[in-house]
Design a protein around this ligand. Structure first.
Ligand code: FE2
Ligand code: FE2
Ligand code: FE2
Length: 192
C-alpha cells in the first residue's frame, strides 16, 4: 500500500473533489439527456449522453489514482434540477467552464508542484476533454437560441468519446489517434 506523503494530501483532497464533481456531472447529464429528448432536441440528448459517458470515464480515472495513492473513495450525490433544454445547456456550459478555467488548472498546478504523475495525467485528460464539452455545449446553445431546429440539435446523432480520457468529438474521424492521450481513434466509443 503506497504511503501518502504530506505533499500529496492537497492533491488527494483535489482528487476527491474532482471525483465528486465528475460523478455528479455524469448524473446531471443523464437527467438532462432525458429532458432534451422530451423537449424534442434529440441531438442535444445525444450530446448529453456522450458527455455523461466522458464524465464517467473521468470519475473512473480519478478513482483509480485515489486508490493508487492510498486514499478512499467517497462522494455525495447531489439532486438534479432539470429545467428547459436551453437552461440545462447553460448549466452544463457553466460547469465545464469552471472546470476548464478554474478547477483543473489549480489542481494541475498543485499536482505538478509535487510531481504526482498519476494525478497530473488524470487531471490533464479531464481538463482537455472538458474543453471539447464546452465547445459542443456552446454550439448547441447558439443553435437552440437561434431556433435552428433544422440543424443537428433536433435529430439523434452520434458523438465519439475517447475511452481513455473522455475527449469528445462530433466527427467520426478527426485524427488517427486521440489528440490528448494518443488512444487509437478506432477505439473511440460511438454514443448516440
Ligand atoms: Fe469530466
Ligand atoms: Fe465535461
Ligand atoms: Fe484520449
Amino acid at each position: 500500500m503506497p504511503v501518502m506523503t504530506a505533499d500529496a494530501t492537497t492533491t488527494m483532497t483535489n482528487l476527491l473533489k474532482a471525483y465528486e464533481g465528475e460523478v455528479n456531472a455524469h448524473t446531471r447529464y443523464v437527467a438532462f439527456a432525458i429532458g432534451a429528448g422530451g423537449d424534442g432536441f434529440h441531438g442535444v440528448a445525444s450530446l448529453f449522453r456522450a458527455a455523461a459517458r466522458a464524465e464517467q470515464i473521468h470519475a473512473t480515472n480519478h478513482a483509480r489514482v485515489i486508490k493508487e495513492l492510498g486514499g478512499q473513495i467517497k462522494c455525495e450525490i447531489q439532486g438534479v434540477e432539470v429545467k428547459t433544454t436551453l437552461e440545462n445547456l447553460r448549466t452544463a456550459l457553466a460547469g465545464e467552464t469552471y472546470e476548464v478555467e478554474t478547477m483543473y488548472p489549480a489542481f494541475l498546478k498543485e499536482a505538478k508542484t509535487h510531481r504526482i504523475t498519476a494525478a497530473i495525467r488524470t487531471f490533464n485528460g479531464a481538463l482537455e476533454a472538458e474543453k471539447t464539452h464546452a465547445r459542443l455545449f456552446g454550439e448547441a446553445i447558439a443553435l437552440v437560441e437561434a431556433g435552428k431546429s433544422d440543424t443537428w440539435i433536433a435529430a439523434a446523432r452520434t458523438f465519439y468519446v475517447c475511452p481513455v480520457c473522455g475527449y469528445t468529438s462530433d466527427s467520426p474521424v478527426e485524427h488517427d489517434s486521440c489528440p490528448v492521450c494518443k488512444c487509437a481513434w478506432k477505439r473511440f466509443e460511438a454514443i448516440q
